[in-house]
Design a protein around this ligand. Structure first.
Ligand code: H79
Length: 480
């Protein structure tokens, strides 16, 4: 019953009344041309309304925690990339074949993160206002953070011997945090990876995915990284892998990196007109904030730590982003109609370092006051600009102001709905006026917030179907 109502509401929210935009947020997916073949995949039985209902939790969540963690945290160097052995089939085109890196490949012998407490991580994510968590089960380096029967290169063969993925899944389920698994199809440690027709490796990967989707309860999200080079149909067996996943957990949300069949001409033909398999459920701009895009779901993944060549895993040489920048990243995603997946890198003892958690908790405090302008909203109706951006829900538009005009009010083009009230989130006075020329918003300097000021404008009717409007020259700040 509840999901029917949800589906009806979402069908309205996703109507094509949203202005068309160019799909700019597809993320780092390389174009490798392959011939459209007759690979069979039944067209998905999912209707658009069913898909909207399946994606509802994810779209309403807006904000999640990414965690990159394995034994690379002992060295404090970048996960996988700091492994000196070859990177077969990778973007750099190294030759296939496993080459040892004795230093990196033996780090796991010492991995004993006795401070690891899954519940503490989950409670941190919740206090930070995050609604889902995505954990690296296996990164490109091939080390497995769960009890897998397919390799000894796993957490069960460290001194720690605990299935951390299981503990995290259980903690998420107990606390009502949505649980996601990151899995890298690239595997620079596995001897079969990229060899011959890759089929032995594909069996390994499919076996592991079966484990992950069978032994850990509900998996809400699968976050694949790109699969490197190789024909998606013959070298990888993407449609078959996709079907395996969907048979085990039909509701799972899947990003675009496994799915994106790198077919330039007609990807839909390859997948029997099943756009899910060719594009996945959402786009994934990485280490950059997505542009306004309301025609396809998207999520920016960003590290809270800035470090040379990464910052995904524990990097003591990195620097945590300031709170102001972090909260503005969230605002940028929400006003652009996307999600933010913010990454932390726990240390080798199992703790999320205090400088990272402090920043997260400050955003959590901000969300306590301003969360109604983020959760469950859509971007628009005004497009983001130098001023900030807007989100909307029901009859309310939330104006997120980062930069005020040097003098006078902030101006927006006219809207076809009637302004009833204006209020400042967190208290204080906001003045808003509506004329034929448009909307004007003024907030006293003393009432503005340093990181972002949020003004809620309440109208007499729905604002969800208004087209996404750019600011016009008349409404842009002329002092710039
Ligand atoms: O898991 C995180 C990254 O490790 C992974 N995707 C996110 C979610 C990722 N895999 N590949 N890439 C990102 C592409 C990265 C390429 C480069 Fe580089 C990073 C080029 C320059 C910086 C690698 C690292 C080569 C030099 C440094």
């Amino acid at each position: 019953m509840k999901s029917n109502i949800m589906a009806a509401l979402l069908a309205v929210n996703l109507s094509p009344a949203f202005a068309a935009t160019n799909a700019t947020n597809s993320g780092p997916v390389e174009g490798v041309a392959v011939e459209a073949s007759s690979a069979s995949l039944e067209a998905s039985k999912e209707t658009p309304a069913q898909r909207d209902a399946r994606m509802a939790w994810w779209r309403e969540a807006r904000y999640g925690m990414f965690i990159h963690w394995d034994m690379s945290s002992i060295a404090g160097t970048e996960i996988s990339w700091s492994r000196k052995g070859s990177k077969p089939l990778d973007i750099h085109g190294d030759p296939a074949g496993y080459i040892e890196d004795p230093a990196y490949d033996n780090l796991y012998n010492k991995f004993n993160p006795t401070n690891f407490d899954a519940m503490a991580w989950v409670k941190l994510a919740k206090a930070a206002g995050m609604k889902y968590l995505v954990f690296t089960a296996k990164h490109h380096g091939g080390f497995c953070m769960w009890d897998t029967k397919f390799t000894d290169y796993s957490i069960m063969h460290t001194p720690f011997q605990r299935d951390v993925l299981k503990e995290l899944a259980d903690a998420c389920h107990a606390e009502g945090l949505r649980f996601g698994i990151y899995y890298s199809p690239r595997d620079w440690h596995h001897p079969d990876y990229g060899l011959a027709d890759n089929s032995k490796y594909v069996s390994y990967m499919d076996g592991q995915l079966r484990e992950l989707l069978t032994n850990y309860g509900t998996v809400d999200l699968l976050w694949f990284d790109s699969y490197g080079h190789g024909d998606p149909l013959n070298f990888w067996h993407i449609p078959e892998t996709w079907r395996l996943i969907k048979n085990l957990q039909p509701e799972v949300v899947i990003n675009n990196r496994l799915a994106a069949l790198r077919v330039k001409k007609n990807p839909l033909a390859v997948t029997n007109n099943n756009p899910a398999v060719s594009r996945g459920d959402f786009d994934t701009p990485e280490q950059r904030l997505g542009k306004y895009q309301d025609t396809r779901l998207w999520e920016s993944c960003m590290t809270v730590v800035d470090a040379p060549n990464g910052g995904w895993s524990y990097r003591p040489d990195g620097k945590v982003k300031p709170f102001e920048e972090t909260v503005r990243m969230l605002v940028s995603c929400a006003t652009g109609d996307g999600n933010l997946l913010l990454d932390v890198g726990p240390d080798a003892t199992g703790l999320i370092p205090a400088d990272q958690s402090d920043c997260l908790l400050k955003v959590g405090e901000w969300l306590k006051q301003n969360g109604e302008s983020i959760y469950g909203t859509r971007g628009g109706p005004f497009r983001p600009g130098e001023y900030g951006g807007t989100t909307r829900k029901g009859k309310t538009i939330y104006v997120h102001v980062i930069k005020w005009p040097e003098s006078g009010p902030l101006k927006f083009p006219p809207l076809a709905v009637k302004l009833m009230n204006a209020r400042l989130l967190g208290g204080g006075k906001a003045d808003a006026t509506q004329t034929e020329k448009g909307l004007e918003i003024a907030v006293a300097v003393s009432a503005r917030q340093k990181e972002v000021t949020v003004v809620a404008l309440e109208f007499d009717s729905e604002v969800m179907k208004l087209p996404a409007e750019p600011l016009t020259p008349e409404t842009r700040d002329k002092s710039k």
